[in-house]
Design a binder for this molecule. Structure first.
Ligand SMILES: N[C@@H](CCC(=O)N[C@@H](CS)C(=O)NCC(=O)O)C(=O)O
Length: 363
């Protein structure tokens, strides 16, 4: 049966101003320098490297058993967390939920073979597509953390001159808005090696300062080109020019409105993912299949950041072809999905992922 319903979302993209990459971006040697310190370099560069191996120094909690996946299910003790994390869906109008050029049609069940991923709704299946740009060979590397305080600081700086005419006027951009760059990563369907830099984090925060020369986050390194830079705005423009169609999503280019809506979206999480919880540093980055728009993924990722655990995010927003990769491998698609090459654990379910990470790594 042909598509009973076709839906292409209203374009939230608009051409950017055509500005090239910022001229003040500079080049550094990326991954090799980082790997010297804490993370096993052999695990970098290959996304699936070491996923099924484990390290004798790291083991899952006693009697650990991966939980059964429950799609869209919320563990009762986590309801408030998921509701809080869902605020971004409202304030950010779904930015970070759909991959670039997303379109969908509702088709009959037998139009999509059972070995192909497709979400089933009321006896129909969703046929989802996207139009993606050139793919980077190695994951982009980003040093960052969630910072509600940082955002409050930006807004205070912005509004202070309105209250006092004697204070110099500030301009506002999405420059250091922490979640903006995560949204573009989902839209462009990029895999990213995150180096979390929570407040008081002893490892990657000083490393980023050493590499880039400034105590500022996010800080991005593209090991494919050797380019590195600060400032969400510049990172976003660089990524859409290099790995997208050159157009910055409208909701990421609205200046004050972007900052305000990102801020409101973060309020629901009350500063989670911003401060360091002492933890063991594993030799290999964990792998999290996730995307920014998912509240379930958000709560899992926050804990990775708090514990300062380096992780590769395999982005798989709606329309991502990587959904099929996970489906083919595991026989089920659901995110978040965690692969820990340090213990050999592979698991679904956000609440249990949070418990697992704390039990395995927190000191
Ligand atoms: N009980 C799961 C729910 C996870 C979930 O339902 N995730 C959604 C994304 S927000 C998903 O993977 N949906 C499957 C699909 O879109 O095909 C958890 O807490 O992790």
């Amino acid at each position: 049966m042909p598509g009973a319903l076709n839906f292409t979302p209203i374009s939230i993209f608009r051409p950017n101003s055509g500005r090239k990459m910022p001229i003040n971006s500079f080049r550094i040697r990326a991954s090799t320098e980082i790997s010297e310190s804490t993370v096993d370099s052999s695990s970098q560069g290959g996304l699936n490297a070491g996923v099924s191996t484990s390290n004798p120094n790291f083991s899952p909690p006693p009697n650990f058993k991966p939980p059964e996946p429950k799609r869209f299910g919320i563990r009762p003790d986590r309801t408030l967390d998921i509701l809080g994390a869902s605020l971004s869906l409202i304030f950010r109008l779904g930015t970070g939920v759909f991959a670039d050029g997303y379109s969908v049609s509702l088709v009959s069940k037998d139009e999509i073979p059972s070995d192909q991923y497709a979400l089933e709704i009321a006896g129909f299946k969703l046929k989802e597509r996207s139009k993606l740009g050139p793919r980077p060979e190695n994951p982009i590397e980003i040093y960052e953390f969630e910072s509600l305080l940082q955002l409050i600081g930006i807004l205070t700086n912005y509004f202070a001159p309105l209250a006092s005419p004697y204070v110099a006027c500030n301009t506002l951009s999405t420059s250091v808005v922490p979640s903006a760059e995560r949204e573009i990563v989902a839209v462009l369907d990029l895999d990213v090696l995150y180096y979390p830099c929570p407040r008081n984090g002893p490892n990657f925060r000083p490393k980023a300062v050493q590499m880039g020369g400034k105590k500022m986050f996010p800080y991005m390194v593209d090991p494919n080109t050797g380019v590195s830079m600060y400032e969400s705005d510049d990172i976003i423009k660089y990524l859409v020019n290099k790995y997208g169609n050159g157009q910055v999503p409208l909701l990421l280019s609205l200046g004050l409105l972007t900052t305000l809506t990102e801020g409101f979206a973060m309020i629901g999480r009350m500063g989670r993912g911003s401060s360091y919880t002492p933890a063991k540093m594993p030799p290999k980055p964990l792998v999290l299949w996730a995307y920014e728009g998912s509240p379930f993924c958000k709560v899992a990722r926050e804990v990775l950041v708090e514990l300062e655990l380096p992780h590769i995010q395999r982005s798989c927003a709606r329309g991502s072809p990587k959904r099929q990769d996970l489906y083919a491998r595991v026989g089920h698609f659901q995110v978040p999905y965690l692969e820990d090459p340090n213990t050999g654990v592979q698991m679904f379910e956000s609440a249990e992922i949070v418990d697992y990470l704390k039990a395995t790594y927190a000191l």
